[in-house]
Design a binder for this molecule. Structure first.
Ligand SMILES: [Zn+2]
Length: 199
């Protein structure tokens, strides 16, 4: 393989779920684009970290220190829904049914992928919850990790962190989400059901 072509292919292989054939298809598709389109593509990547960052409270994508959800004064501060990814948050928001706050962990526990409790936003979650319940207030933590092996491991970890904490009620999204499936791809009716029947 041409070394420059191989270099381009290897660049795309750094993305999750992209194998060598898929990566080669991406490079071929890009080679068909105009110079101007490629430059625009490059600019977006170049500025990605500068243009998009994360909310300092819930780790949703945000252009500012706090995201639009965290700035919404009409939301219920006694509820935090815990998710793996920002894309899961978008799915729940689309149902329009949930009016509490969120906490995005940044993934699920999966040591083989280098995702340990230390690399996810558990410390931040604990600090946040401790602050919320400090004045004797109570709150509900809704565990909404995916029904996959790593999602279950993560739910168990959250349970261990908070099960004996006074003032914290733990609930879990209801079943109905197929085992092994992903919140991100669940349809709105399934998500509404899962939210309404949490326990
Ligand atoms: Zn936020």
């Amino acid at each position: 393989m041409n070394p420059k072509f191989k270099n381009a292919v290897d660049t795309f292989r750094k993305l999750p779920g992209v194998g060598p054939r898929q990566a080669a298809r991406f490079v071929m598709a890009l080679l068909e684009k105009s110079e101007a389109e490629l430059q625009e593509f490059g600019r977006t990547l170049h500025n990605l970290k500068r243009d998009i960052s994360f909310c300092s409270v819930c780790f949703n994508i945000s252009e500012n220190h706090k995201c639009s959800v965290c700035l919404d004064a009409k939301r219920d501060p006694a509820k935090i829904l815990i998710l793996e990814k920002v894309t899961d948050l978008d799915s729940i928001e689309r149902t329009g049914l949930y009016k509490g706050f969120y906490h995005v962990l940044g993934g699920a526990i999966n040591p083989l992928d280098g995702l340990t409790p230390e690399t996810l936003k558990f410390k931040e979650l604990e600090n946040r919850v401790n602050k919320e319940i400090a004045g004797g207030k109570t709150m509900e933590l809704i565990v909404a990790t995916n029904p996959t092996a790593s999602g279950e491991t993560t739910a168990l970890y959250i349970n261990n962190l908070f099960q004996n904490k006074t003032g914290v009620t733990l609930t879990r999204l209801a079943r109905g989400l197929a085992s092994g499936s992903n919140l991100e791809y669940a349809d709105e009716i399934t998500l509404k059901h899962a939210l309404e029947h949490r326990r």
